[in-house]
Write a new protein. Structure first.
Length: 222
């Protein structure tokens, strides 16, 4: 297979709407690893996208079209939480090219800002109604004394993962509530053994430290 033959495959795959990684992987599987380089396919896809369908080599000293900064800026501003590799895959260029052009457009990565979760008024009223109903019931039938509660907890250092956005240097980062977010196991560099506790209304009933690594069936299913 000549380079021209491979380029015909590139163009065919490009017209089908494939990513550059797909023809590179398929060609290397059929004709052997190292037959083509994914970066080479990306450059040809970039050329086709610019409207140049020629499969011939460029004259000596010429360069393939560079990434359009306006196109990159529009993509980032449509979804500021995209990762470098997501953007690179979308625009069919290497992620290092994205880094270089983001600097040219004045974009920088900023971590989201955590803010306390604020309950709405209707939520506060609903909680008050439910709590009051349970207290009234417990006054005539002390059912709370018969309840034993169990909880399993990972005790770890606060090293939570925070999402980031590509923003202009003077643009403020997004504020996000931490409610409903679960830290994945192993997300902290230092982790204490998990503990399981049982307690009633009167006192603690039982407590034990679980062997590490361990997750309960409930946590595995989440």
């Amino acid at each position: 297979m000549s380079n021209l033959d491979f380029r015909q495959i590139y163009f065919y795959e490009f017209k089908l709407g494939r990513t550059a990684a797909q023809p590179a992987r398929n060609i290397n599987e059929v004709w052997g690893q190292g037959s083509v380089n994914e970066c080479t396919v990306q450059r040809w896809f970039q050329k086709f996208r610019a409207g140049n369908a020629s499969l011939e080599d460029e004259p000596h000293g010429s360069r393939l079209p560079t990434l359009d900064n306006e196109q990159l800026k529009a993509s980032v501003e449509a979804d500021p939480h995209k990762t470098l590799r997501d953007i690179a895959k979308e625009l069919n260029v290497h992620h290092t090219t994205i880094v270089r052009h983001l600097k040219q457009t004045g974009k920088t990565k900023k971590l989201d800002k955590w803010v306390p979760h604020e309950s709405r008024e209707i939520q506060k009223n609903r909680r008050f109604e439910i709590s009051s109903a349970y207290l009234l019931r417990n006054a005539s039938d002390p059912f709370l004394e018969r309840i034993v509660t169990c909880d399993e907890k990972w005790i770890l250092y606060d090293n939570r993962r925070r999402s980031a956005q590509w923003l202009d240097q003077k643009e403020a980062q997004e504020e996000r509530s931490s409610v409903g977010r679960r830290l994945p196991c192993g997300s902290s560099s230092r982790l204490v053994l998990p503990a399981r506790n049982f307690w009633s209304q009167r006192c603690a009933v039982h407590s034990l430290t679980l062997p590490w690594p361990h997750t309960s069936l409930i946590f595995r299913a989440v």
